[in-house]
Write a protein that binds this ligand. Structure first.
Ligand code: FE2
Length: 229
């Protein structure tokens, strides 16, 4: 009888102290249960919510990767503010026409695409063009529309341009400035009204335009290299 009483007493004591190395009902750590639950539980904890078990997250979940990166991996690009308010970044804008300019963010010559800010000052137009590849756009400022569609994109809008489509970007009267972040895969094939190709732009023409501009304004042609991958 004494033996059983002693046994239950030990079980009771270790159960109220889960940190004990002898605990028989040690709680499972939420960050070690499974990959799926780890992602879910650790994400909610990272957002400031308490984990479901009520335990503090394991520090390791928030530690940076400590192994080597692939030798062939390209360096990242970090632009802290694409639209800085206190810095004169006018020199970074590469003019394409009197009203249209672009600011490169990533000129991916190895992947055949580019990410840039497209800016149109005042009412203007980006010539009719066709994309062989997909394009993603996020409007940051102003508004614009395609002559071929009914909708109007405005600050905050997201646009997917499907491969093959021909369209003409127009900034209407009353808009002082339009800026949209575009991720362009492949090229812009400029077309006449019947769709015949009359010109083209791609990541390589963008690099050349940027080189000439940065050389001209005194930054040097190599200034563009920080955006090239
Ligand atoms: Fe387009």
């Amino acid at each position: 009888m004494r033996f059983f009483a002693l046994f239950f007493l030990i079980v009771f004591l270790v159960s109220i102290d889960p940190s004990s190395g002898f605990s028989l009902i040690r709680r499972l750590n939420p960050c070690r249960v499974s990959v799926a639950s780890t992602l879910k539980l650790c994400a909610s904890t990272a957002n400031g919510e308490e984990s479901k078990s009520g335990e503090a997250p394991v520090d390791e979940a928030f530690e940076p990767y400590r192994g080597p990166q692939p030798v062939e991996a390209l360096p990242d690009i970090f632009v802290p503010q694409v639209l800085p308010e206190e810095v004169d970044e006018e020199l970074l804008w590469v003019p394409q026409t009197d009203t249209v300019s672009f600011r490169p963010l990533c000129l991916c010559t190895s992947g055949g695409y580019y990410v840039n800010l497209l800016r149109v000052k005042g009412a203007g137009l980006l010539s009719r063009h066709r994309h062989p590849g997909p394009v993603h756009g996020h409007v940051l400022k102003g508004r614009w529309k395609y002559l071929e569609h009914d909708w109007e994109a405005q600050a905050g809008s997201y646009v997917f341009e499907p491969p093959g489509e021909i369209h003409t970007l127009v900034v209407p009267e009353g808009v002082d400035e339009m800026i949209t972040l575009f991720h362009v895969t492949g090229s812009l094939l400029y077309c006449d009204v019947d769709g015949n190709v009359v010109g083209a732009d791609d990541v390589f023409t963008k690099v050349e335009l940027a080189k000439k501009h940065y050389e001209k304004v005194g930054l040097g042609a190599d200034f563009v290299q920080q955006f090239v991958r």
